[in-house]
Design a protein around this ligand. Sequence first.
Ligand code: SF4
Length: 328
Amino acid sequence: MTPAAAFDTGGGTRYDKGKRNGRKKARGLYINTFNDAMKARFGRKTYRLSLDCGFTCPNRDGTAGVGGCIFCSAGGAGNFAGRGESLDEMLAAAKEKIKSKTRGDCRYIAYFQSFSNTYAPPEALRALFSGAIAREDIAALSIATRPDCLPPQTLALLAELNEKKPVWVELGLQTANDGTARRMNRCYPTAVYDAAVRALHERGLEVVTHIMLGLPGETRADMRETVRHAASLGTEGVKLHLTQVLKGTVLAGMYERGEFDVMPLEEYAALLCDLIERLPRETVLHRYTGDGDKKELLAPLWCGDKKRVLNYINGVFRERDVEQGSKY
Ligand code: SF4
């Protein structure tokens, strides 16, 4: 349920917290990044292991819809995920993919990424998730899914696992605007997301909300409203994704017919500043853009150069002294 393989918040970029000057806090660069939040929580550097467990999605098999969301590629948003016949193989493959980045005595988050990772019978999910949570090197589970894939039995299982180690559920909201959602073929109304967030919170589970920026027809006001909506429901984390056009998707056809345009990097960076300031201070910013699979990427091509993009965006954050929560 996660849009095209995104990269995380800054690859180690650390932001200074706003300093206190007497009783008055001066404005200062502050973003509650994934890296900082995980280090504070687990006491060491923590990396995601993206996994593709061979699930599908009710928005592809006809249960909720057909064809999937208009931006979703054949890989179900997990083109960089580790694959394998068993959980051990998948975890090993995922570790291999990030081994040049990992250092020291780190921990991992088993990130069930591709397609809808609760779209299976609870017994199958129990075997999979329990196997991951039992491993010493796994600090937490992160499970991406659709909000209409959380029946009571699955919620009970996740709550049970959450007693052992943290489990958070990543929900692909993308937009709170039901008109946009219909146009992107999301195939559930926003009220279903709202109910899922409440059900997860009632069971003590944390929520990470995926929001897609620059969807066709969306204005800045729409995107602000989506951020406000997710924050008002108390989402513990957000992933802000740029809309990327991947080859072979419905969105690619719309783009090639000139029905919408993608966002320039400068506009995207300015939009991020605005939205991050509208998030509560404590919300963890898990990601703020994506680079996608270069072989699949049609537009915008600037997001294929991850290093340059991160340097640029982080530079804008510093220049503008972005302070998360300052407009919340
Ligand atoms: S819900 Fe949409 S984005 Fe997620 S896997 Fe299904 S089609 Fe793809």
